[in-house]
Write a protein that binds this ligand. Structure first.
Ligand SMILES: Nc1nc2c(ncn2[C@@H]2O[C@H](COP(=O)(O)OP(=O)(O)O)[C@@H](O)[C@H]2O)c(=O)[nH]1
Ligand SMILES: [Mg+2]
Length: 289
Protein backbone atom coordinates (compact mmCIF):
# COMPACT_ATOMS: atom_id res chain seq x y z
CA UNK A 1 0.00 0.00 0.00
CA UNK A 2 1.29 3.47 -0.89
CA UNK A 3 1.72 6.15 1.75
CA UNK A 4 -1.26 8.17 0.51
CA UNK A 5 -3.61 5.22 -0.04
CA UNK A 6 -5.37 6.12 3.18
CA UNK A 7 -6.57 9.36 1.60
CA UNK A 8 -9.92 9.17 -0.12
CA UNK A 9 -9.82 9.79 -3.86
CA UNK A 10 -12.33 12.16 -5.42
CA UNK A 11 -14.81 10.10 -7.44
CA UNK A 12 -15.35 12.67 -10.19
CA UNK A 13 -12.71 11.21 -12.50
CA UNK A 14 -13.95 7.65 -12.20
CA UNK A 15 -16.07 7.41 -15.32
CA UNK A 16 -18.91 9.61 -14.08
CA UNK A 17 -18.33 12.06 -16.91
CA UNK A 18 -17.36 11.49 -20.50
CA UNK A 19 -16.84 15.07 -21.63
CA UNK A 20 -15.65 18.39 -20.27
CA UNK A 21 -18.98 20.22 -20.20
CA UNK A 22 -20.41 22.64 -17.64
CA UNK A 23 -21.84 19.73 -15.65
CA UNK A 24 -18.37 18.31 -15.28
CA UNK A 25 -16.83 21.58 -14.13
CA UNK A 26 -19.70 22.25 -11.69
CA UNK A 27 -19.36 18.81 -10.19
CA UNK A 28 -15.58 19.13 -9.98
CA UNK A 29 -15.95 22.43 -8.16
CA UNK A 30 -18.43 20.95 -5.75
CA UNK A 31 -16.32 17.92 -4.95
CA UNK A 32 -13.22 20.03 -4.30
CA UNK A 33 -15.16 22.28 -1.92
CA UNK A 34 -16.52 19.16 -0.21
CA UNK A 35 -12.92 17.97 0.17
CA UNK A 36 -12.19 21.19 2.09
CA UNK A 37 -10.17 22.96 -0.57
CA UNK A 38 -12.07 26.16 0.20
CA UNK A 39 -14.18 28.24 -2.20
CA UNK A 40 -11.44 30.64 -3.34
CA UNK A 41 -8.75 28.05 -3.94
CA UNK A 42 -11.25 25.82 -5.74
CA UNK A 43 -12.51 28.53 -8.08
CA UNK A 44 -8.99 29.59 -8.91
CA UNK A 45 -7.91 26.03 -9.67
CA UNK A 46 -10.98 25.17 -11.76
CA UNK A 47 -10.63 28.40 -13.78
CA UNK A 48 -7.02 27.51 -14.45
CA UNK A 49 -8.10 24.06 -15.55
CA UNK A 50 -10.65 25.44 -18.04
CA UNK A 51 -7.99 27.72 -19.49
CA UNK A 52 -5.32 25.08 -19.71
CA UNK A 53 -7.67 22.58 -21.35
CA UNK A 54 -8.61 25.19 -23.95
CA UNK A 55 -4.99 26.20 -24.57
CA UNK A 56 -3.84 22.65 -25.05
CA UNK A 57 -6.90 21.33 -26.84
CA UNK A 58 -7.63 18.80 -24.13
CA UNK A 59 -11.19 17.49 -24.49
CA UNK A 60 -11.25 14.29 -22.46
CA UNK A 61 -11.71 13.73 -18.76
CA UNK A 62 -8.48 11.74 -18.42
CA UNK A 63 -6.50 14.62 -19.94
CA UNK A 64 -8.20 17.07 -17.58
CA UNK A 65 -7.27 14.88 -14.64
CA UNK A 66 -3.58 15.04 -15.55
CA UNK A 67 -3.71 18.83 -15.96
CA UNK A 68 -5.56 19.28 -12.68
CA UNK A 69 -2.97 17.18 -10.85
CA UNK A 70 -0.28 19.52 -12.20
CA UNK A 71 -2.23 22.65 -11.25
CA UNK A 72 -2.71 21.48 -7.67
CA UNK A 73 0.87 20.24 -7.34
CA UNK A 74 2.08 23.67 -8.47
CA UNK A 75 0.09 25.29 -5.66
CA UNK A 76 1.82 22.95 -3.20
CA UNK A 77 5.35 23.45 -4.45
CA UNK A 78 7.66 26.01 -2.83
CA UNK A 79 11.39 26.67 -3.09
CA UNK A 80 12.04 25.43 0.43
CA UNK A 81 10.04 22.23 0.76
CA UNK A 82 12.66 20.52 2.90
CA UNK A 83 13.48 21.34 6.49
CA UNK A 84 16.84 23.00 6.85
CA UNK A 85 19.04 20.97 9.17
CA UNK A 86 22.32 22.09 7.63
CA UNK A 87 23.92 24.01 10.53
CA UNK A 88 24.16 21.87 13.68
CA UNK A 89 22.67 21.85 16.15
CA UNK A 90 19.63 22.52 13.96
CA UNK A 91 16.65 23.61 16.03
CA UNK A 92 13.11 22.68 15.08
CA UNK A 93 10.25 24.19 17.06
CA UNK A 94 6.81 22.58 16.98
CA UNK A 95 3.84 24.81 17.69
CA UNK A 96 0.06 24.43 17.48
CA UNK A 97 -3.00 23.99 19.64
CA UNK A 98 -3.61 21.02 21.94
CA UNK A 99 -4.30 17.66 20.40
CA UNK A 100 -3.15 18.35 16.84
CA UNK A 101 -0.24 15.91 17.07
CA UNK A 102 2.86 17.93 18.03
CA UNK A 103 4.33 15.42 20.47
CA UNK A 104 3.53 12.43 18.27
CA UNK A 105 5.07 14.12 15.23
CA UNK A 106 8.25 14.91 17.18
CA UNK A 107 8.52 11.25 18.19
CA UNK A 108 8.10 10.06 14.62
CA UNK A 109 10.60 12.57 13.23
CA UNK A 110 13.12 11.74 15.96
CA UNK A 111 12.97 8.11 14.86
CA UNK A 112 13.23 9.04 11.18
CA UNK A 113 16.25 11.32 11.62
CA UNK A 114 17.98 8.97 14.01
CA UNK A 115 17.51 6.28 11.37
CA UNK A 116 19.34 8.57 8.94
CA UNK A 117 22.31 8.60 11.31
CA UNK A 118 21.66 11.94 13.00
CA UNK A 119 22.18 12.59 16.68
CA UNK A 120 18.79 13.80 17.89
CA UNK A 121 17.80 15.49 21.14
CA UNK A 122 14.29 16.24 22.38
CA UNK A 123 13.36 19.27 24.52
CA UNK A 124 10.21 18.93 26.63
CA UNK A 125 9.06 22.53 26.25
CA UNK A 126 5.44 21.72 27.06
CA UNK A 127 5.81 22.15 30.80
CA UNK A 128 2.17 22.95 31.38
CA UNK A 129 1.16 19.39 32.26
CA UNK A 130 3.38 16.67 33.71
CA UNK A 131 1.75 14.23 31.28
CA UNK A 132 3.21 16.12 28.33
CA UNK A 133 6.84 15.44 29.33
CA UNK A 134 5.92 11.84 30.15
CA UNK A 135 4.44 11.34 26.70
CA UNK A 136 7.55 12.81 25.08
CA UNK A 137 9.73 10.57 27.29
CA UNK A 138 7.93 7.51 25.98
CA UNK A 139 8.60 8.64 22.40
CA UNK A 140 12.26 9.32 23.22
CA UNK A 141 12.60 5.74 24.46
CA UNK A 142 10.82 4.36 21.43
CA UNK A 143 13.03 6.36 19.08
CA UNK A 144 16.18 5.74 21.13
CA UNK A 145 17.09 9.41 21.55
CA UNK A 146 17.84 11.59 24.54
CA UNK A 147 15.37 13.98 26.15
CA UNK A 148 15.95 17.14 28.20
CA UNK A 149 13.14 18.02 30.59
CA UNK A 150 12.41 19.94 33.77
CA UNK A 151 9.62 19.97 36.32
CA UNK A 152 5.95 20.74 35.65
CA UNK A 153 5.40 24.49 35.40
CA UNK A 154 9.05 25.26 34.52
CA UNK A 155 9.83 28.06 32.10
CA UNK A 156 9.87 26.56 28.56
CA UNK A 157 12.71 28.93 27.62
CA UNK A 158 14.78 27.46 30.46
CA UNK A 159 14.16 23.95 29.11
CA UNK A 160 15.32 25.12 25.69
CA UNK A 161 18.41 26.69 27.29
CA UNK A 162 19.28 23.36 28.94
CA UNK A 163 18.62 21.47 25.73
CA UNK A 164 20.87 23.74 23.65
CA UNK A 165 23.71 23.37 26.13
CA UNK A 166 23.29 19.62 26.10
CA UNK A 167 23.15 19.69 22.30
CA UNK A 168 26.47 21.53 22.06
CA UNK A 169 28.14 19.34 24.67
CA UNK A 170 26.99 16.15 22.94
CA UNK A 171 27.44 17.45 19.42
CA UNK A 172 23.81 16.83 18.53
CA UNK A 173 22.73 17.37 14.93
CA UNK A 174 19.15 18.34 15.67
CA UNK A 175 17.06 19.49 18.64
CA UNK A 176 13.28 19.01 18.45
CA UNK A 177 11.40 21.35 20.77
CA UNK A 178 7.90 20.48 21.99
CA UNK A 179 5.71 23.39 23.14
CA UNK A 180 2.42 23.80 24.98
CA UNK A 181 -0.75 24.21 22.97
CA UNK A 182 -2.82 25.95 25.57
CA UNK A 183 -2.04 29.37 24.18
CA UNK A 184 -5.50 30.71 23.66
CA UNK A 185 -4.36 34.28 23.66
CA UNK A 186 -2.02 35.56 21.06
CA UNK A 187 -0.03 37.76 23.41
CA UNK A 188 0.88 34.74 25.52
CA UNK A 189 1.96 32.82 22.50
CA UNK A 190 4.10 35.67 21.23
CA UNK A 191 5.75 36.25 24.58
CA UNK A 192 6.57 32.60 25.07
CA UNK A 193 7.88 32.08 21.55
CA UNK A 194 9.86 35.32 21.63
CA UNK A 195 11.52 34.27 24.83
CA UNK A 196 12.47 30.89 23.37
CA UNK A 197 13.68 32.65 20.26
CA UNK A 198 15.94 34.98 22.22
CA UNK A 199 17.50 32.02 24.03
CA UNK A 200 18.22 30.37 20.70
CA UNK A 201 19.66 33.61 19.24
CA UNK A 202 21.99 33.92 22.18
CA UNK A 203 23.04 30.29 22.62
CA UNK A 204 23.10 29.06 19.03
CA UNK A 205 23.20 32.08 16.71
CA UNK A 206 24.54 30.08 13.76
CA UNK A 207 22.17 27.12 13.96
CA UNK A 208 19.61 26.27 11.28
CA UNK A 209 16.12 26.98 12.54
CA UNK A 210 12.62 25.92 11.64
CA UNK A 211 9.28 26.72 13.23
CA UNK A 212 6.74 24.13 12.17
CA UNK A 213 3.04 24.70 12.73
CA UNK A 214 1.26 21.40 13.37
CA UNK A 215 -2.32 21.21 12.07
CA UNK A 216 -4.98 18.52 12.31
CA UNK A 217 -6.45 17.91 8.84
CA UNK A 218 -9.81 16.87 10.26
CA UNK A 219 -10.47 20.35 11.67
CA UNK A 220 -10.85 21.64 8.12
CA UNK A 221 -11.59 25.27 7.40
CA UNK A 222 -11.86 26.10 11.15
CA UNK A 223 -8.33 24.88 11.67
CA UNK A 224 -7.23 27.10 8.84
CA UNK A 225 -8.48 30.27 10.52
CA UNK A 226 -6.69 29.29 13.71
CA UNK A 227 -3.57 28.56 11.69
CA UNK A 228 -3.55 32.05 10.24
CA UNK A 229 -3.42 33.50 13.74
CA UNK A 230 -0.52 31.28 14.73
CA UNK A 231 1.29 31.98 11.50
CA UNK A 232 1.10 35.72 12.05
CA UNK A 233 2.26 35.45 15.66
CA UNK A 234 5.09 33.00 15.21
CA UNK A 235 6.70 33.39 11.79
CA UNK A 236 6.35 29.77 10.76
CA UNK A 237 8.60 28.16 8.15
CA UNK A 238 6.44 25.13 7.38
CA UNK A 239 3.40 23.02 8.17
CA UNK A 240 3.11 19.51 9.57
CA UNK A 241 -0.34 18.27 8.60
CA UNK A 242 -1.51 15.32 10.70
CA UNK A 243 -4.47 12.91 10.59
CA UNK A 244 -4.89 12.79 6.85
CA UNK A 245 -5.72 9.09 7.27
CA UNK A 246 -9.33 8.22 6.77
CA UNK A 247 -10.39 11.76 5.97
CA UNK A 248 -12.20 12.67 2.78
CA UNK A 249 -10.93 16.20 3.31
CA UNK A 250 -7.56 16.01 1.59
CA UNK A 251 -8.22 19.29 -0.21
CA UNK A 252 -7.38 21.12 3.00
CA UNK A 253 -3.68 20.60 2.18
CA UNK A 254 -3.98 22.85 -0.85
CA UNK A 255 -6.07 25.48 0.96
CA UNK A 256 -3.48 25.65 3.75
CA UNK A 257 -0.47 26.03 1.48
CA UNK A 258 -2.19 28.72 -0.57
CA UNK A 259 -3.74 30.66 2.31
CA UNK A 260 -0.68 30.61 4.57
CA UNK A 261 1.88 30.88 1.79
CA UNK A 262 4.20 28.37 3.46
CA UNK A 263 5.00 24.83 2.37
CA UNK A 264 3.48 21.72 3.89
CA UNK A 265 6.72 19.93 4.82
CA UNK A 266 5.42 16.77 6.49
CA UNK A 267 2.15 14.86 6.56
CA UNK A 268 0.89 12.28 9.03
CA UNK A 269 -1.41 9.43 8.08
CA UNK A 270 -1.61 7.46 11.31
CA UNK A 271 -0.28 6.90 14.81
CA UNK A 272 2.54 4.50 13.94
CA UNK A 273 6.24 5.33 13.94
CA UNK A 274 6.42 5.32 10.14
CA UNK A 275 3.20 7.26 9.54
CA UNK A 276 4.81 10.66 9.05
CA UNK A 277 6.72 11.53 5.90
CA UNK A 278 8.17 14.45 4.00
CA UNK A 279 5.45 15.82 1.78
CA UNK A 280 5.54 15.02 -1.94
CA UNK A 281 3.06 17.24 -3.86
CA UNK A 282 2.94 15.02 -6.95
CA UNK A 283 2.35 11.79 -5.05
CA UNK A 284 -0.33 13.59 -3.09
CA UNK A 285 -2.26 15.04 -6.02
CA UNK A 286 -2.10 11.66 -7.73
CA UNK A 287 -3.71 10.10 -4.66
CA UNK A 288 -6.34 12.84 -4.39
CA UNK A 289 -7.45 12.85 -8.04
N1 LIG B 1 -5.00 9.06 13.11
C1 LIG B 1 -3.98 9.84 13.42
N2 LIG B 1 -3.78 10.21 14.70
C2 LIG B 1 -2.73 11.00 15.00
C3 LIG B 1 -1.83 11.47 14.00
N3 LIG B 1 -0.91 12.24 14.61
C4 LIG B 1 -1.22 12.27 15.93
N4 LIG B 1 -2.33 11.53 16.18
C5 LIG B 1 -3.01 11.31 17.47
O1 LIG B 1 -3.54 12.56 17.94
C6 LIG B 1 -3.56 12.56 19.37
C7 LIG B 1 -2.91 13.83 19.89
O2 LIG B 1 -1.54 13.82 19.59
P1 LIG B 1 -0.43 14.59 20.46
O3 LIG B 1 0.87 14.33 19.79
O4 LIG B 1 -0.53 14.25 21.89
O5 LIG B 1 -0.89 16.11 20.22
P2 LIG B 1 -0.28 17.44 20.89
O6 LIG B 1 -1.24 17.84 21.97
O7 LIG B 1 -0.30 18.46 19.78
O8 LIG B 1 1.09 17.15 21.36
C8 LIG B 1 -2.85 11.30 19.81
O9 LIG B 1 -3.80 10.32 20.16
C9 LIG B 1 -2.07 10.87 18.56
O10 LIG B 1 -1.85 9.49 18.52
C10 LIG B 1 -2.07 11.06 12.63
O11 LIG B 1 -1.36 11.41 11.67
N5 LIG B 1 -3.15 10.24 12.41
MG1 LIG C 1 1.86 17.39 23.27
Amino acid sequence: MGFFDKIKKLSIFNGLFSQLDDDFYDELEESLVMADMGADTTMEAVDELRERCKERGVKDVEGARALMRDILAEKLTFDDMEVDLSAAPAIVLFIGVNGVGKTTSIGKLAARWKGEGKKVLLAAGDTFRAAAAEQLTIWSERAGVEIIKQYEGADPAAVVYDALNAARARKADVVLVDTAGRLHNKQNLMNELNKISRVIDRECPNSSRETLLVLDATTGQNGLIQAQEFARAAGITGIVLTKLDGTAKGGIVIAIARELGVPVKFVGVGEGMDDLRPFDPHAFTEALL
